[in-house]
Design a protein around this ligand. Structure first.
Ligand SMILES: *Cc1c(COP(=O)(O)O)cnc(C)c1O
Length: 363
């Protein structure tokens, strides 16, 4: 069986160092907001090129806390791509803001910058860009719009750790970046974890306070905060893995480039990479018109695939109020998308096998 993602194998490489790091935390007697957290904060902000980093409990909280720290709430609107993972949208509604959905570009699957301006109103406070599938959003037009209308740019970097756009890493392309270190992400912990990057000291300070019960000094609660901290254990594990992120992303590029160069089948639409370093291939997303048949064919030939994602947010039960909205590009992507196996531990013989199977597929 060619697995979609072999998490055990991914972490196996780091077993000795992870075990050591866990023992260090155990021995320290300090399990939250200690040295491992401090260490990871310094290293990850340095990696992204930002002044600050705050570790939080998960990626959803990271987006939620950025919106909260900016003070956006009821009556405010935030622009977001219609085809994102539901978390980006949940974080907006959780704060009482209105998510304003914008169609993606069918080539890059990222938000279509040409459709943003018509959605901007007096209530618009921010543009939440999502670097979907690992490809950095083309930011030029979005930077211009944000400046023109005085909007914040929030980046959802949960799928794009390490991607570079115009010589800057994601997380350093807007006002604040939200990361998830969920086990299956390009930089994954052994459980839930997340974090926020920013160059804005005010935001940094407020996010830190809000994530810690709204308290800067113990038992003095100046805001109605939440409890969302990055565990020492997870920080220790992330410290072990971060130095290898670029190398792992580069290996993903090798696989992606092999797929791109060798899959030749008119029934398949391949993804388009705008610039080599701007993509870290969290997901290798192809499109196939009759998806079920194709997925079953690969399954019968012992290749696992996934769908990112089967149901668009505006068709979810949670957003029944959007039932009548139509986003044809988003809906097309959700109907046709299939994710091929890709990971830092997938061997090239398996990649070749997947390619041969796909090339032999006749629909
Ligand atoms: C994974 C993911 C999140 C949420 O991260 P969690 O750590 O699971 O809360 C948010 N946005 C996108 C695009 C994601 O892929």
């Amino acid at each position: 069986m060619i697995k979609f993602l072999d998490l055990k194998k991914i972490n196996e490489k780091y077993r000795a160092h992870i075990s050591c790091a866990i023992e260090e935390v155990l021995d320290s007697g300090w399990y939250l907001l200690g040295n491992k957290n401090k260490d990871f904060s310094e290293k990850f902000s340095e990696f992204c090129g930002t002044k600050y980093f705050v570790g939080v409990a998960n990626g959803l909280d990271a987006i939620n806390l950025i919106i909260k720290a900016y003070g956006f709430g009821a009556g405010d609107e935030i622009i977001v791509p219609a085809n994102t993972y539901i978390a980006s949208i949940l974080a907006i509604s959780e704060n009482g803001c209105k998510p304003v959905l914008v169609e993606p570009n069918i080539i890059t699957y990222n938000i279509d910058a040409d459709l943003i301006e018509e959605k901007i109103t007096e209530k618009t406070k921010a543009i939440l860009v999502v670097h979907l599938y690992g490809q950095a959003v083309q930011m030029e037009k979005i930077w211009r719009l944000a400046k023109k209308y005085d909007l914040k740019i929030i980046e959802d970097c949960a799928q794009a750790h390490g991607a570079i756009y115009q010589e800057r890493r994601v997380g350093n392309l807007g006002d604040a970046g939200a990361f998830s270190f969920y086990p299956g992400k390009n930089l994954g912990a052994l459980g839930d974890a997340g974090g926020i990057t920013t160059n804005d000291f005010e935001l940094y300070k407020n996010v830190k306070i809000l994530a810690n019960y709204g308290s800067e000094i113990k038992y003095h609660n100046i805001y109605k905060g939440i409890n969302s901290r990055l565990d020492e254990l997870q920080a220790a594990i992330l410290n072990v893995k971060l130095p290898f992120l670029d190398e792992e992303n580069e290996y993903r590029r090798t696989i992606a480039e092999f797929y791109l160069g060798n899959i030749k089948n008119s029934l398949i639409t391949l993804p388009v990479c705008c610039d080599r370093l701007s993509h870290v291939w969290h997901v290798f997303a192809i499109r196939v018109a009759s998806r079920e048949k194709f997925i079953n064919y690969l399954k019968e030939n012992k290749v696992e695939t996934l769908i990112h994602y089967p149901i668009p947010p505006h068709k979810q039960g949670a957003y029944r109020e959007w039932e009548k909205l139509q986003f044809p590009v988003t809906e097309k992507i959700h109907l046709e998308e299939v994710s091929l196996p890709i990971s830092p531990v997938m061997n090239m013989a398996d990649v070749e096998k997947v390619v041969s199977l796909i090339n032999a597929y006749q629909g």
